[in-house]
Write a protein of this length. Structure first.
Length: 421
C-alpha cells in the first residue's frame, strides 16, 4: 500500500504539474467562462438573451409606435376588387405604405421609377403577378400577399353567404388545455440531461484512454521500467499509474464543466434560462451518473492500462487499444439510439454488462423506472469487473515488464497466465 501511494503521488504530481495539462485546463475554463458571459458583456448579441422577453416585446412596440423604422412602399392593381381599401393590406404587412395603381402598366411604371419597392397585379380570381426590379434570395412579401388574399377571399365568401366568420373560426381555434403529470420519472426533461452527460463520458474515455495507455507504455519504451521494478512491485506501478491518470482526467473535466455550470447559473437571468434544458440537471440524475459514470470510466481506464502494457513502443498503442475504443463507440451509439426506449430488452441486458452498464444503467434510471435490486446488482457486477480487470492487468504488466519488440496479443498472455497456475 505504501508503494502504491508513492507511485500515485508521483504520477499525479506529474499530471498536475505538466504545463500542457495546466495550460489546456486554464484555456478551456477561460473560453467557457467568457462564452457564457457574452449576454452580460455584449447584451443582445445572442438572440433571446440580455433583456427579458417582455422587455424585448415592449421595445419592439415602442419602436413600431414611434415610427423609427422606415416604411416599405408597395403598389397594387386590384382588378378583382378583393381589397376595397389599401388599409386592408397594411394589417398583413408590418410597417408598410400602399399605393393603388390605375392599371397594370401603371403599376410597372411605379416599380420602374422606384416610387414603390414592389407591386402586385391581381388580374384574375386566383392569379397575380409580382413586379420587382431585382429578385432577392429571401423575399417574404409574396407570402404576406398570398395570406392577405386568402383572408380577403374568405371574408368575401362569408359576406356573400351571410355566415358569421367569427363563429366558424372559433370552432377551428379552440384551445385544448392539458397537463402532463409524471408519477415516477420526467423522462422527457431528463432525456437532454442524459444526452449531455453520456457525451461527456464518451469524450473522456476516448480522449484520456490513450493517455493512460501511453503513460503505462512510456517507461517500457525508455527502459526506465527496468530500474523501477527493482524498487517497487509491478502491481503498485500499474494501479498507481491508472488511478493517477483517472483522478487527473476527472479533475480536469470537473473543472472545465463545473466552471461552465457555475458561470451559467451566475448569469442565468441574462440568458433568460435558455440553457436550463442542458445545464439545470436534477440531483438524482447527477448522483447516478457520478456513481456509474466514474466506475465505468475506471473500468475502461484499467482496460487501457492493460492494453498499454502489451506494447513496448508508444507508436503501437493505437493498434492495441483500437478494439476497446470500437466496443465503447458501439455501446455509446446503441445507448443513444435507445434513449427513447428505456424499457427495451437490449438496454436492460446492457445495464448488467460492465462494458455498457455505465451508459445503459444511467439512461434507464434517468428515463424510466428501475428497481433498487437491479441497481445494486449492476453496481456489484461493475465493481467486481473493475477488480478482475485490475488483477489481470497487474499480472499482465508483471509478465510483460521486460518483454520488448512487437505488440503482444492479449490472448497469448492470458493463455500463459492460465498455464502458469
Amino acid at each position: 500500500m505504501k508503494s502504491f501511494l508513492k507511485v500515485l503521488q508521483f504520477e499525479l504530481g506529474n499530471y498536475i504539474k505538466n504545463k500542457s495539462y495546466i495550460s489546456t485546463t486554464i484555456l478551456f475554463v477561460a473560453l467557457i467562462i467568457i462564452g457564457l458571459s457574452i449576454p452580460v458583456i455584449f447584451p443582445g448579441l445572442i438572440p433571446g438573451t440580455g433583456a427579458s422577453k417582455t422587455d424585448m416585446m415592449t421595445e419592439e412596440n415602442v419602436s413600431s409606435d414611434t415610427g423609427t423604422q422606415e416604411k416599405q412602399k408597395l403598389g397594387i392593381w386590384d382588378k378583382e376588387h378583393y381589397f376595397s381599401d389599401t388599409s386592408d393590406l397594411e394589417k398583413y404587412y408590418p410597417n408598410s405604405e400602399w399605393m393603388a395603381a390605375e392599371s397594370e402598366e401603371d403599376l410597372k411604371e411605379l416599380v420602374k421609377s422606384g416610387m414603390v419597392e414592389a407591386g402586385f397585379s391581381l388580374f384574375a380570381e386566383d392569379s397575380y403577378r409580382y413586379y420587382v426590379k431585382n429578385t432577392q434570395f429571401i423575399d417574404p412579401r409574396q407570402n404576406y400577399f398570398e395570406n392577405a388574399l386568402l383572408e380577403a377571399k374568405k371574408d368575401q365568401y362569408f359576406s356573400e353567404n351571410t355566415i358569421n366568420r367569427g363563429e366558424i373560426e372559433a370552432l377551428y381555434t379552440q384551445v385544448i388545455s392539458s397537463e402532463v403529470i409524471a408519477l415516477q420519472k420526467d423522462g422527457a426533461s431528463n432525456y437532454f440531461y442524459v444526452y449531455i452527460l453520456l457525451f461527456i463520458l464518451y469524450f473522456m474515455v476516448l480522449m484520456y484512454g490513450n493517455m493512460i495507455a501511453t503513460n503505462v507504455t512510456t517507461e517500457k519504451s525508455t527502459r526506465t521500467i527496468e530500474i523501477l521494478v527493482t524498487s517497487t512491485d509491478t502491481n503498485s506501478l500499474l494501479f498507481g499509474k491508472v488511478v493517477a491518470g483517472t483522478i487527473a482526467s476527472v479533475l480536469q473535466t470537473t473543472l472545465i464543466v463545473g466552471s461552465g455550470v457555475i458561470t451559467y447559473f451566475i448569469y442565468r437571468d441574462a440568458w433568460n434560462g435558455m440553457l436550463d434544458i442542458a445545464l439545470n440537471i436534477p440531483g438524482e440524475v447527477l448522483l447516478y451518473f457520478a456513481i456509474f459514470g466514474i466506475l465505468g470510466y475506471v473500468f475502461y481506464m484499467f482496460l487501457f492500462g492493460v492494453l498499454g502494457a502489451l506494447v513496448s513502443k508508444t507508436e503501437d498503442i493505437s493498434k492495441s487499444t483500437g478494439t476497446v475504443q470500437f466496443i465503447f463507440v458501439i455501446v455509446f451509439l446503441v445507448t443513444m439510439y435507445s434513449l427513447g426506449l428505456s424499457d427495451s430488452i437490449w438496454i436492460k441486458v446492457m445495464s448488467y454488462i460492465p462494458f455498457s452498464s455505465c451508459n445503459a444503467m444511467v439512461a434507464r434510471i434517468s428515463l424510466g423506472t428501475v428497481g433498487t435490486i437491479e441497481i445494486i446488482l449492476s453496481l456489484i457486477i461493475l465493481i467486481a469487473s473493475i477488480g478482475v480487470v485490475g488483477w489481470i492487468g497487474a499480472k499482465v504488466y508483471r509478465m510483460t515488464t521486460l518483454l520488448y519488440g512487437n505488440p503482444i496479443k492479449l490472448k497469448s498472455i492470458l493463455k500463459n497466465l492460465k498455464e502458469s497456475k
